[in-house]
Design a protein around this ligand. Structure first.
Ligand SMILES: N[C@@H](CCC(=O)N[C@@H](CS)C(=O)NCC(=O)O)C(=O)O
Length: 220
């Protein structure tokens, strides 16, 4: 399996954590692919996004949700997306929430990195609201997560999104409002699968410029 990957993507990290947790990582060849590389990525994923996984007998699989579904069928341990309908929908719902948190964080960052005069502040405010309410909603489910059980895809997706918030918005103060999520975070990020997949600034590239609109926790 070849995984087209990057150093910072939360969606790539979700796939990588799942592969580590399920013992599949040794069978994955990670290839750092620049999404702007039209020749490599576009034929695999017409959307030009990573992650994309090249899978024998299937071809390229994308996006991260489909890749996780594929990986969950390839290992022999307990499934990380439950078969039972209710449990499955609950896990997939939380995955969608966590992915949406990553989406909002990503969109906000791209907007905030524009030149000052071009930034559309209502768009940033809207993403900040999504970030706040996604974190509060994840806090409501995190209280029931037991760290002794193998993590399901809801926890894995949450770790990937939260890891992105930690990486890009270190100064965002969310933990006091989300104590259950903060407690779970402390335990999950000690797992080897989390430690081995920490995002880093791409080697050899200058660090990203500071954001002109600092992240904030909306009061409304
Ligand atoms: N829903 C997709 C999101 C993937 C995504 O947005 N990837 C970003 C990197 S974090 C990307 O490749 N962006 C490049 C582009 O849009 O040109 C997934 O879960 O895989």
């Amino acid at each position: 399996m070849r995984l087209h990957s990057s150093y910072t993507s939360p969606y790539v990290r979700k796939v990588k954590i799942l592969a580590h947790e399920t013992g599949l990582w040794d069978g994955v060849k990670e290839v750092y692919t620049n999404p702007a590389d039209e020749e490599v990525l576009r034929p695999l994923n017409p959307l030009g996004k990573i992650p994309a996984l090249e899978l024998e007998g299937v071809g390229a699989v994308f996006d991260s949700r489909v890749i996780c579904e594929a990986l969950d069928r390839l290992h022999r341990g307990p499934p990380r997306i439950p078969a039972d309908t209710t449990a499955r929908l609950m896990v997939l719902r939380t995955q969608a929430l966590a992915d949406g948190l990553a989406d909002a964080a990503n969109l906000r960052r791209n907007e905030a990195l524009r030149p000052d005069a071009q930034i559309y502040h209502p768009f940033i405010d809207r993403q900040d609201l999504a970030i706040k309410h996604a974190l509060l909603a994840l806090n409501r489910v995190a209280g029931a997560w037991n760290s002794d059980d193998p993590p399901l895809l809801d926890q894995i997706a949450t770790a990937a999104a939260l890891g992105y918030i930690r990486f890009r918005y270190e100064r965002l103060e969310w933990r006091a409002q989300c104590p259950d999520l903060a407690r779970w975070e402390q335990r999950f990020f000690d797992r080897p699968s989390a430690l081995l997949t920490e995002p880093i600034n791409p080697p050899g590239r200058p660090p990203p410029p500071p954001q002109t609109v600092p992240p904030h926790w909306p009061t409304e």
